[in-house]
Design a protein around this ligand. Structure first.
Ligand SMILES: Nc1ncnc2c1ncn2[C@@H]1O[C@H](COP(=O)(O)OP(=O)(O)OP(=O)(O)O)[C@@H](O)[C@H]1O
Ligand SMILES: [Mg+2]
Length: 497
């Protein structure tokens, strides 16, 4: 109304000045202040706009009557947002704020390097003047963080591999990715609940530890070494970790990497919030190199170590098919200066033979946590019974339970073996339990007859191992000489304990 009066009575310049004055007076008396967050700021996309949109889509107190739904490419979740000119109330630390999504038609197309959308969109944030400092200091940061978190959660996990060798794709990336949909979680993982909780807590502390790492001056990364016989759930554990934290996985195939600098390039092209995995590290090319190096000059482990770390210990091309990754390269990869480009990274190495690893790799600070994946224990068995057959605590016969408990330790069966028995008989639960008891007893008996379960089982493991290596590495295998690690073995064992 005021404006229409101004319109008829005053000339345009005066009109403009008085509207400004009017607004100023209005704002002077109003207890609110307003912030505009436009979609496009000049010619750049305003990141804050997208963040606000995403943040509001997660708000639990959605009160708008009309919401727009979106589902992004590669995402399995639907997000909703405010429709045009809708209003939503949010609260932060007890302060109520009001968001309005303002959409207006763009009046005249001004010159720009790229075409601008027809509509001008923006959010207007209304807050009480007295809350201004709180909002500006932390609310907007909080929104940015939450939005990033949502973006990551909505996006499906990706599994990257460097199986292409050193070649790059059209965008110059050395990694190839596929959606990662491994169903393994900490709930489905059969292992001692206490150990499981430890690992989960450790991961959680890591993920929430930004300020801790900053304060202590450490790079924000963590290393896990998973070791144990085949089929005890090492790979499943990695998948569970990724699913738990919502991180992507980079599965690093060391045999495809030819030089240390290639390794570094690969590292630089990984994103933060990711798990970098090297499976079967004892079978990797660098240790084979080292062995050759070592046996040729009969060096003791502490003598070759500095040599390797200075980078001169590489065997180089030639007989290794041009592969000259060194242990030093690998160590630099995990904790040299380059390892902290980007942040929030987890390194996971797996091995079936921890005793074959170089002591340099096991030293404290390199792999922060050594996790032993053992044969199936009784608590782990209960988890498998629950997952595969739906048995809860108390569903099973007391007698069956007792029998299982007695025989499980002696049998030394892997969760993989046990789950096979359970899957085969999953339609008939009673039969499944019977067969399982039978299988466990057989295994225990076999171990006893063979004079000490340990020996027999390690033979079994060795056989399986060799098969696996033959499959993976037909020409070379992964033979390894015992003396190479003998020296470091004892001290490392102590450390692990
Ligand atoms: N602890 C476990 N909990 C649940 N399932 C398991 C566990 N261990 C093994 N399994 C089952 O056995 C199969 C093989 O396990 P996995 O591949 O994780 O073993 P691994 O330790 O990585 O073996 P390898 O050393 O040969 O790589 C998986 O499909 C999984 O379902
Ligand atoms: Mg595995």
């Amino acid at each position: 109304f005021c404006q229409s009066i101004l319109h008829t009575v005053f000339p345009p310049e005066l009109r403009f000045a008085s509207i400004k004055l009017f607004n100023r007076i209005f704002h002077w008396f109003s207890s609110y202040c307003y912030f505009d967050i436009t979609e496009i700021d000049g010619v750049n996309t305003n990141e804050l706009y997208n963040a606000v949109q995403l943040y509001l889509s997660s708000s639990v107190s959605i009160t708008g009557s009309r919401l727009s739904l979106t589902r992004a490419l590669n995402s399995s979740a639907i997000t909703f947002g405010l429709s045009n000119n809708d209003v939503i109330v949010d609260s932060y630390k007890g302060v109520a704020v009001l968001w309005e999504h303002v959409v207006t038609q763009r009046q005249s197309q001004t010159f720009s390097w790229r075409p601008l959308p027809e509509e001008k969109r923006g959010f207007t944030l209304r807050i009480k003047k007295k809350d201004k400092s709180l909002i500006l200091e932390s609310y907007l940061d909080y929104i940015m963080e939450t939005a990033n978190e949502i973006r990551r959660k909505n996006q499906d996990r990706l599994l990257y591999t460097n199986s292409r060798g050193g070649s790059l794709d059209s965008r110059g990336h050395p990694w190839e990715s596929v959606p990662f949909k491994h169903p393994s979680t900490f709930e489905t993982l059969a292992m001692d609940p206490a150990k499981k909780t430890d690992i989960k807590d450790d991961l959680q502390d890591f993920a929430n530890g930004q300020s801790f790492y900053q304060k202590t001056g450490r790079a924000w990364k963590r290393g896990y070494l998973l070791y144990g016989p085949p089929g005890t759930g090492k790979s499943s554990m990695i998948a569970a970790m990724a699913n738990y934290l919502g991180y992507d996985i980079y599965d690093l195939e060391l045999t495809e990497v030819h030089t240390n600098s290639e390794l570094r390039k690969l590292l630089m092209k990984t994103s933060s919030k990711s798990i970098i995995v090297i499976e079967d590290i004892d079978c990797s090319i660098n240790l084979t190199n080292r062995k050759k190096n070592n046996t040729s000059n009969q060096a003791m482990s502490n003598q070759y170590e500095p040599e390797m770390r200075s980078g001169s210990g590489s065997v180089g091309g030639g007989e290794d098919g041009g592969n000259s990754i060194t242990l030093s390269g690998l160590l630099n990869f995990t904790d040299g200066l380059w390892s902290c480009c980007g942040s929030e990274r987890i390194f996971v190495f797996t091995t079936n033979h921890i005793e074959k690893l170089d002591p340099a790799l096991l030293r404290s600070g390199r792999m922060d946590m050594h996790i032993f994946m053992s044969y199936c224990s009784f608590p782990a068995l209960k988890i498998l019974l629950k997952n595969y057959l739906g048995f809860d605590e108390g569903d099973l016969d007391e007698e069956d339970l007792k029998e299982l408990e007695e025989v499980i330790v002696k049998a030394e069966m892997t969760p993989a073996d046990i789950s096979e028995v359970l899957i085969k008989n999953r339609r008939d639960k009673k039969k499944a339990v019977r067969e399982l008891v039978e299988a466990l007893k057989n295994r225990a008996e076999r171990s006893r007859i063979n004079g000490g379960s340990r020996e027999k089982n390690s033979n079994d493991v060795e056989e399986e191992e060799q098969e696996k290596r033959a499959l993976e590495n037909p020409e070379e295998g992964c033979e390894f000489e015992e003396e190479t690690c003998k020296k470091g073995e004892d001290e490392e064992d102590e450390k692990i304990k």
